[in-house]
Write a protein that binds this ligand. Sequence first.
Ligand code: AMP
Length: 401
Amino acid sequence: MYILVVNAGSSSLKYQLFDMEGEKLLAKGNADRIGIDGVLEHQVIGKEKTATPTPFPTHADAIKKVLETLVDKEAGCIESIDMIGAVGHRVVHGGPWLTKPTLVTEQSKADLRKCLTIAPLHTKGHLEGIQGCEEVMPTVPQVLVIDTAFHSTMPAKAYTYPIAYEVAEKYNIRRYGFHGTSHRYVSAIANEYLGKEDSKIVTCHIGNGSSISAVRGGKCMDTSMGFTPLDGIIMGSRCGAIDPAIVPYIMEAENIPANEMGNWMNKKCGLLGVSGVSSDMRNLRKAQAEGNERANLASDILTYEIKKFIGSYAAAMNGLDCLVFTAGIGENDARVRSEVCADMEFLGVKMDEDKNLNYRDLPVPADVSAADSKVKILVIATNEELVIARDTAEVVEGLNK
Ligand code: AMP
């Protein structure tokens, strides 16, 4: 079966086409600037990437163009649209209503619409992407694969915020957690590597957005992101968890309205805000090499906060078998991994620095722990799209049984 994985945002629609026989990625791209002017970035795997100005007023127009391109004799990779057996949608927030991969039906769309109050921008994009697919490929089953779903196993003491209970209930305020598809994928690989029933794993998804999860026996017990992806550790331009009293204090002092304050916490803080240089780790490293003290501070905060989460999750799980690093920084920045794992022998964490630097030469999953480390340290490339394609195939195959 061929599966199209769609990640629809408010003005973009990223896609990947998989042949599930052999789980082969055939093509990928991004219909960007929907409703503005429109650019279609497209690549058949193994060929050159192209970027073509293409007007798409709506998400349906974008999907139409993507499908045309996929079957195009020159630019495409399949003969007919009918070869696509299903579409899997990445959904950022399922709220308390959507907690597992779910077929798109009137009921599941109604559940997704409820999420508009909690995550308006992402959910609006998802709904438009789904509607676009329905218009263009009305008979093809669609599946929602939800980022918050993996975290739905957290116990109440981990997901309940200590605020007035009735208010939390009224507005569905609780820790949901994000990057669930990634945490699930890498923790499953780590579990298999450990070959242990009741494994205690901390997964560190460190990228532009970052989150850390405690995974015990394959189930999520706790995670650093919360009601929104703003909670947790310092990120590219997000502040992560801060003293909540800082927020009304700045709003009053600077006369900033709520929506602007949200934007400030999401876009102007984090590595960017502290360093004054960039939200991008590679630029931060360059600035550090030039002796920029604030870039050093931003990098130090990042590793210190990751370390604190690892310690607290090890305490929460009564032990630690494995640490996993994944995503843009977790996979590519050996220095972050090294600094996080330094001085953690008390916890049984000991890194092989040479392996850490040359982890790409190691068999997959790359084990960069020292021979005498009690805790395994793994570097695993995440692949959220593949998990979405697998989940979609499973739901659709279930329909035919
Ligand atoms: P992601 O959100 O997972 O795509 O991760 C993006 C982050 O990964 C950005 O901060 C990038 O600077 C960082 N990143 C990507 N490649 C590297 C690299 N080779 N070294 C350091 N950071 C990297």
